[in-house]
Ligand binder design. Structure first.
Ligand SMILES: Cc1cc2nc3c(=O)[nH]c(=O)nc-3n(C[C@H](O)[C@H](O)[C@H](O)COP(=O)(O)OP(=O)(O)OC[C@H]3O[C@@H](n4cnc5c(N)ncnc54)[C@H](O)[C@@H]3O)c2cc1C
Length: 567
């Protein structure tokens, strides 16, 4: 066995770490640690200079373990691992120590404490690094087809994004027609064009594309497998069609909230939602003369705290539509505040006011009241500026409600092993770092299934998800992180705890050389460690975080406290 030779690179991250942690002190301390063959002090270890230095030191000092003490592994670990690989070192012989978030940021008012903690973390990192082992990544091939669930604007755009790259796409739509929610919408903000002008060409392209198979009136019944190799059962007219795909895009959209119990909706025929308003006038109903629109109905309340995002814009669009057809109409928009984001939408807001649409703020504690017997005839509201109640005539009351998550999202989320957020929408892996992706590889999301999104937003998310999904398909192979769970079949008692707790469905009990034991599918395992924690016999171990490595860190921490020698 070659002697363990650890290189430690301590980063200032400019002032981010160096402004608080006394980096030279940490560097000197690291030199005293067992097996440390070289230590460097870098202004930015992630710069080209810093990375070349890692490569050079590996060669010069014969390093066989590398520890970088710097910022966050989430963004920088791949970079440092790559530098190790370029120098011929297995990338799993690299250990990251985060002295920014864990030291300089949380202890920014106490440099001594931050420095002391940085030393302790480096000591623990070095202790663990001594027991790191080279790992091999699991490689599997990718079936060259994709599944898109939902044929609204987002789903159709995603399908085209993939198909135009030559990828075979199965588009599964529950309805008998493509188009989704906007099929019911008359005209579209911000440009004001008729919906058909946008929808028809899009649906036409999808229907005629050689690479796209559209499954109308169909639902996904079951999904098994993992990135590159999903088995999908699609049901239509009682018949099940089995498909194989390499990636899945969820584009199932959302529904408009029907505000039963609010503002006498469903009691009075002339109190309608925005979507019902759109449908009514799409069918050619007469334009009403006195209209009151009430915004934020069922949104931004304790049971539904989020903002509908484009509800105000829909209200503005429909208010303008009425005024353009019936300039004498009285149109009031009662709001809690107006969210008209973006230049074009801000202009629409201004235009609505120029056309004579009146915007009045109401107090959610004292909301507007619908007056009338059998029909809404007027709306009473407290005028905040005048400080008195006013009564507005109403031939029609339009309630602006938010989009809500579909009822069957939980079923789909379970099938695909992807999470939902508190409001029931699909929850991406990370809002900023991994939007439109899930922690389950090979599954992506776009459009209103993710969160209420207007068409431009749905389209850009759809292109993003298509681009992401096309990467493994075009590469033809996927490599799974080697930080996965492993079962020691000799000590496994087949209790099944691991199978139960695995959020990714990666563990199964199977017959093997030692009888029935747990088996981990490395392509599905995300290395979360749940099975390791749940295993009563210690048979489950996680590469990169096995007992020996973790105990060595604990030993190194205890060493300082006890004055003993940690392992
Ligand atoms: C009243 C109103 C007016 C609007 N006006 C505008 C506007 O003027 N401009 C604008 O930019 N945006 C507007 N929007 C927003 C617009 O509707 C959304 O941006 C758009 O619908 C999002 O598209 P999507 O494909 O994500 O979802 P959706 O349009 O909801 O499409 C989802 C599709 O998935 C299908 N589906 C659902 N579950 C399944 C399943 N399990 N299996 C198979 N298929 C499934 C559904 O049948 C549907 O066809 C408006 C919304 C409302 C409510």
């Amino acid at each position: 066995m070659p002697k363990t030779r650890v290189g430690v690179f301590v980063c200032h991250c400019g002032n981010n770490i160096g402004g608080v942690v006394r980096v030279p002190e940490v560097v000197e301390y690291a030199r005293t640690l067992p097996n440390v063959a070289c230590v460097e002090d870098n202004l930015y270890t992630c710069s080209e200079e810093g990375l070349s230095s890692i490569r050079e030191q590996i060669a010069e000092h014969g390093l066989n373990r590398v520890v970088v003490a710097s910022c966050t592994p989430r963004t920088h670990e791949p970079l440092f691992r790559e530098a190790c690989e370029q120098a011929g070192l297995n990338k799993y012989l690299f250990e990251f120590v985060n002295i920014r978030e864990h030291c300089s940021w949380v202890h920014m008012h106490d440099p001594a404490m931050a420095t002391q903690k940085a030393k302790e973390l480096v000591r623990m990192g070095v202790a663990k690094a001594r027991f790191l082992e080279p790992q091999e990544e699991f490689e599997s091939s990718v079936f060259p087809a994709a599944l898109v669930i939902g044929g609204g604007v987002a789903g159709m755009t995603a399908a085209l994004g993939l198909a135009n790259q030559g990828i075979q796409v199965h588009l599964v739509e529950r309805d008998q027609e493509l188009g989704g929610l906007i099929r019911e919408v008359r005209t579209l903000f911000p440009a004001g064009q008729a919906t058909e002008e946008v929808l028809q060409p899009l649906a036409e392209q999808v229907r005629n594309h050689r690479q796209i198979t559209v499954h109308l009136g169909s639902e996904v019944e079951d999904v098994g497998g993992f990135i590159g190799d999903f088995d999908v059962a699609v049901k239509a007219d009682g018949q099940v069609n089995n498909l194989k795909v390499g990636a899945v895009i969820v584009a199932t959209g959302a529904e408009e909230l029907k505000p039963t119990g609010l503002y006498r909706y469903s009691e009075l025929g002339n109190v309608v939602t925005q979507l019902e308003f759109e449908e009514r006038f799409k069918r050619g109903a007469d334009v009403p003369r006195d209209v009151v629109i009430i915004n934020c109905v069922g949104a931004r309340i304790p049971e539904r705290t989020y903002c509908g995002r484009f509800c105000c814009t829909t209200a503005i669009k429909n208010a303008i539509w009425i005024k353009e057809r019936e300039p004498e109409a009285s149109v009031f928009v009662l709001h809690r505040d107006v969210m008209a984001y973006g230049v074009q939408i801000e202009e629409s807001y201004r235009r609505a006011m120029e056309l004579g649409v009146r915007f009045l703020r109401y107090d959610p504690e004292n909301p507007p009241q619908i007056l009338g017997d059998g029909r809404a005839e007027a709306v009473r509201v407290q005028h905040q500026l005048m400080g008195k109640e006013i009564v507005l005539p109403a031939e029609l009351v339009v309630l602006t409600t938010p989009l809500v998550a579909r009822d069957d999202n939980p079923r789909l989320s379970k099938m695909l092993k992807v999470p939902l957020g508190g409001e029931g929408f699909f929850l991406e892996a990370h809002l900023k770092l991994r939007p439109i992706e899930f922690s389950t590889d090979g599954v992506y999301v776009c459009g209103s299934a993710r969160y209420p999104a207007n068409i431009p937003e749905s389209v850009s998310q759809a292109y993003a998800s298509a681009a992401k999904a096309s990467i493994p398909i075009r590469e033809g192979v996927v490599r799974a992180e080697a930080i996965t769970a492993l079962c020691d079949e000799r000590t496994c008692s087949a209790c099944g705890n691991c199978v139960e707790v695995c959020p990714f469905g990666a563990v199964e009990l199977q017959e093997g050389r030692f009888g029935r034991t747990a088996q981990v599918n490395p392509a599905q395992c995300k290395g979360c460690g749940c099975c390791v924690a749940a295993c009563p016999s210690g048979a489950m171990q996680q590469s990169g975080f096995n007992d020996r490595q973790l105990l060595s860190m604990i030993g190194a921490l205890a060493e300082e406290m006890t004055g003993g020698v940690g392992e």
